[in-house]
Write a protein that binds this ligand. Structure first.
Ligand SMILES: [Zn+2]
Length: 338
């Protein structure tokens, strides 16, 4: 098995990978597509700390070898490879309550991601993809899973106004998920292109760089202010905006796909007695997410995506890194592995 590991900033080396075998019952998957996200690009640039790991935050593939009786995972099946795993170290893991792991790990971040030819894994990390779920759509499963985690943790109800600060692909997908569950997202972005994509995706309340967010949000909610505020950390919006838009005792969630440090004063949060939550994993929600895609809950067609071949991965990272420098954002990019 081989893949591209980051060895130091701006350097990817194709290396042999010796996968730790998690259990005797395992399957081997030929990775067909992997996704490069902003988190990968920031690791490439050395702006986020990481070990020498394979980048690539999401991946799908075809089962190439499986032991017999692995619950329908026969050779050639198209599968999504769950990009999260349990830490095996926390109190809940040690008690055997793996589904309540308090520190789930993410692929391409805490352990090897998917820009590699094969993945060997326990079968419970593999999810068969229905024909109605396309390869490209399935690369967004982790975003939906994270969205569901936010939904659950904030206990969002039908009719709730939810301010979503940040309209990258993740913010967009999360807002569509809110609409699907009959909540009312108010998405805000400083990026004109993402604003248009949000509108095209059917997110009705979409505010851009030229809008007065405070005033507009008051008007949309008839003066009630949002019931919940969700701050997507990958946006260029100041985190203090999240506190400014929240009313007294409102829940404010900080989430996103990377953890760039930002300075923030907690004084407004303390004054308003805000309820602050942090969400960093969609662990355990993969099956639900696949079902949501199969039910056409999300329209991915307007989202911007780039593409590259496995052999051109280094060029693709350099181009994305330049885009990030110029525009402060990237177009997530699919790596065709086969
Ligand atoms: Zn754990």
């Amino acid at each position: 098995m081989k893949g591209y590991k980051i060895t130091k900033p701006f350097t990817l080396n194709e290396v042999e990978i010796n996968e730790e075998i998690p259990s005797s019952a395992q399957a081997k998957v030929k990775v067909s597509k992997a996704l490069i996200t902003l988190s990968d690009v920031l690791r490439f640039r050395g702006e986020l700390e990481c070990d020498e790991i394979v980048l690539g935050s999401s991946g799908i593939g075809l089962v190439s070898e499986a032991e017999t009786n692995l619950f329908g995972l026969e050779k050639g099946k198209r599968v999504y490879i769950d990009p999260t795993k349990t830490c095996e170290e926390c109190y809940n893991c040690k008690k055997g309550n793996y589904n309540k792991c308090s520190n789930p790990l993410s692929a391409g971040e805490d352990y090897d991601g998917f820009i590699r030819d094969f993945v060997a894994t326990a079968p419970d990390k593999l999810f068969t993809l229905p024909n109605s779920v396309s390869d490209i759509d399935s690369l967004y499963i982790d975003y939906i899973s994270r969205g569901i985690a936010i939904f659950d943790k904030m206990n969002i109800q039908k009719g709730d106004y939810v301010a979503v600060l940040g309209a990258n692909n993740f913010g967009n997908i999360f807002s569509q998920l809110l609409i699907y569950y009959q909540a009312v997202p108010i998405i805000m972005t400083l990026d004109e292109e993402n604003l248009q994509i949000a509108k095209d995706s059917g997110i009705y309340y979409a505010l851009g760089p030229n809008d007065n967010w405070q005033k507009e949000v008051l008007a949309i909610t008839s003066g009630r202010l949002p019931d919940k505020v969700v701050f997507i950390s990958d946006s260029n919006i100041s985190p203090s905006k999240a506190f400014a838009l929240a009313g007294q005792s409102t829940q404010v969630a900080f989430t996103g796909l990377f953890h760039k440090s930002a300075n923030i004063s907690f004084l407004p949060a303390v004054k308003k007695q805000l309820d602050i939550l942090c969400i960093n994993s969609g662990f355990g929600n993969t099956a639900t997410s696949i079902n949501l895609i199969a039910n056409k809950a999300i329209d991915f067609s307007h989202l911007k995506l780039g593409g590259t071949k496995y052999t051109n991965v280094l060029d693709a990272f350099n181009t994305l890194s330049e885009q990030y420098e110029k525009e402060g954002k990237i177009y997530e990019t699919i790596v065709e592995m086969i």
